[in-house]
Ligand binder design. Structure first.
Ligand code: MRU
Length: 346
């Protein structure tokens, strides 16, 4: 499986997801500002992956900070990383965890503090891989044998530190002996489905078929799709799910056709402070992502464009939410609170 992001002595190394599948290129971010720019420009993307990137960016920023006014510098580093993308709550979760580590390290010398923050960022990365493997095991039983699984965007190894959430469930189902294949939505406008999901599944030898987003209803009606599995960027206390634009349409089509619709996500994607999905901030991205494909115009010059990067699926369309602590079902207010109450969330 590909390495999405790694801490090295030279800086934070990530596979450039804007270049896939044409080119397998790794970039090294040598400053925290470069990490922030990599998140903003989607060199690295996917909720858990940008959380890991932010944590490593903070560690890198402090590694290069001087001893004067360290707290002010730390605040500035965290604020810069927090301004990159607004929807995925994992980004803010990781920043908060690094802030806690910083506060707990108050008595340490600067070299020790630096090592402590680097260790914490690396720990977040390792934990994410283990969490995804557990999500996979928890979700594998839900995937019908001998059928096709439909997924949207990329919630795979590339969107996480490794293994993936939605694609982790698929990987675990295959490891458990199930015969399944995958339909990947193209996922306009950024093409995470065609460029990243298909590429990632091909690397693992998992049979993948590419469809355009507007074909999903046709196939959901055909009886061929056993279930839909997607990831999430933020899940509100009532189980409303923010995920890649197009997820909502897919969920409605799944319900209409009696196909289970599963969301696979770590506990760090829950935002129980938000009562419903209406309060989730939705990122608006550049018009050029819609008017151009790889720099080639596909709309007349000056065309008015809307480009929300995410939508919110109301909880009534979600069959279950698969986490590392177990599978939550409606009523989500209760079941999600039950999962988080088991242990304090770090
Ligand atoms: O804009 P992106 O590519 O960062 O959006 C990614 C998604 O919507 C994923 O489905 C989500 O982050 C879950 S990734 C495990």
């Amino acid at each position: 499986m590909v390495e999405t992001i790694e801490w090295t002595d030279a800086g934070v190394v990530m596979i450039d997801q804007t270049r896939l599948p044409r080119e397998e290129r790794y970039v090294t971010c040598r400053t925290y500002e470069e990490v922030a720019e990599a998140i903003r420009s989607m060199i690295i993307r996917g909720a858990p992956a940008i959380g890991v990137a932010a944590a490593m960016g903070i560690a890198l920023g402090v590694a290069q900070a001087d001893a004067n006014n360290l707290e002010a510098q730390f605040e500035k580093i965290c604020a810069t990383l927090a301004r990159t993308r607004p929807t995925a709550v994992n980004l803010f979760w990781a920043i908060e965890r690094m802030k806690r580590t910083f506060a707990e390290s108050a008595g340490l010398s600067l070299p020790r503090l630096r090592n402590r923050l680097i260790a914490e960022a690396q720990q977040i990365r390792l934990e994410d891989i283990a969490i995804n493997e557990t999500i996979g095991r928890n979700g594998a039983a839900l995937v019908p044998d001998g059928k096709t699984v439909l997924t949207h965007c990329n919630a795979g190894a590339l969107a996480t530190a490794g293994y993936g959430t939605a694609l982790g469930v698929i990987r675990a189902a295959i490891s458990s002996g199930k015969k399944i294949d995958v339909f990947a939505d193209e996922t306009r406008p950024f093409l995470q489905g065609s460029r990243l999901t298909v590429w990632e599944l091909q690397q693992d030898g998992i049979p993948a078929t590419l469809i355009t987003d507007n074909m999903a209803g046709h196939f959901l009606k055909s009886g061929r799709i056993g279930c839909v599995v997607v990831g999430a960027d933020r899940i509100a206390a009532n189980g409303d799910v923010a995920n890649k634009i197009g997820t909502y349409s897919l969920a409605v089509l799944a319900k209409e056709n009696g196909v289970p619709f599963y969301v696979a996500a770590p506990i760090s994607t829950l935002d129980l402070e938000l009562a419903s999905g209406d309060q989730i901030p939705i990122e608006q991205r550049a018009a050029s992502e819609v008017t151009h494909v790889f720099g080639v115009p596909v709309a007349p010059e000056g065309t008015a464009v809307e480009n929300p990067a995410f939508d919110v699926t109301p909880n009534r369309y979600v069959t279950a939410i698969i986490t590392e602590r177990g599978v939550a079902r409606a009523p989500y207010g209760e079941s999600l609170r039950g999962l988080t109450a088991e242990r304090a969330v770090r």
